[in-house]
Design a protein around this ligand. Structure first.
Ligand code: 13P
Length: 254
C-alpha cells in the first residue's frame, strides 16, 4: 500500500508553551502508526528541534518545516536553507503552500528551485497544489493544477518522483470550513495521479502519496481518506487540537 500520511500544518500559530503542550497531548493520546503510515508535524521554524526531541521515541512520527529557501546558503537575510534543515535532522518540508504562493509571491518557477534544493539535501518535499475559487467556478481546475505540477516538478528525474508526497489543497476550502466533497477530492487526486503517470509511468505514479487539505477535521477525515486516491491529509486548524488530530491520524487507511 502507498504511504498514508496525516500531516499537521501548524502555520504561524502557538506560543512555545502551547506548542510543547500540544505535542505532549498528542503523545499522551497514543499515536499508533503501522508500517505504511506516517505522521508529520509541520511546525514553525523556532520550534522544530523542541518538537523533534519530544517525539523522537514515537515511531512513524516526524517534524517537518513549512518552507525552505530556493537558494543555497549565503546572504539571504531571514531565509532558512534546505541544507540547514538537513543538518538539524529535519527530513520533510512543505513547499508551495497556497499561503506562500499568495502572500510571498512564490510562483511555479521559484517552487521548482525550492524542490531542487530540498531534494539535493535529502529533505522530502510535501508539494502543495490547488486552485482558487474562480478557477473551480470556471471548471478549469484540472488544467490549473496540471500546470502547477508540470512547472514545478516535471524537470525532475523520474525516480525522484517515486514515493513523492503531494498535497492537493483547493484554496476555497482552506480555513473556510468548506470542505471539498470526498468525490471532488477523489476526482482531482485521480487526475493528479494520471498527470504524473503520463510523465513517469503508472508504476511510479502509484507510489506517490497524494494528501487532501482544506477543512479536514475529525468528523470528515474517515470519509475523505477512504477514497481510493486519497492517501491522507494536510491539516491546518484541526491539527491544533490534540483530540481532533488524534482522530484524524486514526482515520488513515489501515
Ligand atoms: P485548514 O485545515 O485550516 O483548512 O487548513 C488547510 C491547510 O492549509 C493545511 O496546509
Amino acid at each position: 500500500m502507498r504511504t498514508q500520511i496525516a500531516a499537521a500544518n501548524w502555520k504561524m500559530n502557538l506560543s512555545i508553551e502551547q506548542a510543547e503542550s500540544l505535542t505532549d497531548q498528542l503523545i499522551a493520546g497514543e499515536i499508533h502508526t503501522s508500517a505504511h503510515q506516517l505522521v508529520l508535524l509541520a511546525v514553525p521554524f523556532p520550534y522544530l528541534l523542541t518538537v523533534k526531541n519530544k517525539i523522537s521515541k514515537q515511531s512513524g512520527v516526524y517534524v517537518a518545516a513549512q518552507n525552505c529557501a530556493s537558494t543555497t546558503n549565503g546572504a539571504y537575510t531571514g531565509e532558512v536553507s534546505a541544507e540547514m534543515l538537513k543538518g538539524m535532522g529535519i527530513s520533510y518540508v512543505i513547499i508551495g503552500h497556497s499561503e506562500r504562493r499568495e502572500y510571498y509571491h512564490e510562483n511555479n518557477q521559484i517552487l521548482a528551485a525550492k524542490v531542487n534544493m530540498a531534494l539535493e539535501y535529502g529533505v522530502q518535499p510535501v508539494f502543495c497544489c490547488g486552485e482558487p475559487l474562480s478557477v473551480r467556478e470556471a471548471g478549469t481546475q484540472n488544467s490549473y493544477v496540471e500546470t502547477q505540477l508540470k512547472e514545478s516538478l516535471f524537470h525532475l528525474d523520474k525516480e525522484k518522483l517515486r514515493h513523492f508526497i503531494i498535497a492537493y489543497e483547493p484554496i476555497w476550502a482552506i480555513g473556510t470550513g468548506k470542505t471539498a466533497t470526498s468525490d471532488q477530492a477523489q476526482d482531482m487526486h485521480a487526475h493528479i495521479r494520471k498527470v504524473i503517470a503520463d510523465y513517469v509511468g503508472g508504476e511510479i505514479a502509484d507510489t506517490v502519496s497524494i494528501l487532501y487539505g482544506g477543512s479536514v477535521k475529525a468528523a470528515n477525515a474517515a470519509e475523505i481518506f477512504g477514497k481510493k486516491d486519497v492517501d491522507g491529509g494536510l491539516v491546518g486548524g484541526a491539527s491544533l487540537v490534540a483530540s481532533e488530530f488524534n482522530v484524524i491520524i486514526n482515520s488513515l487507511k489501515q
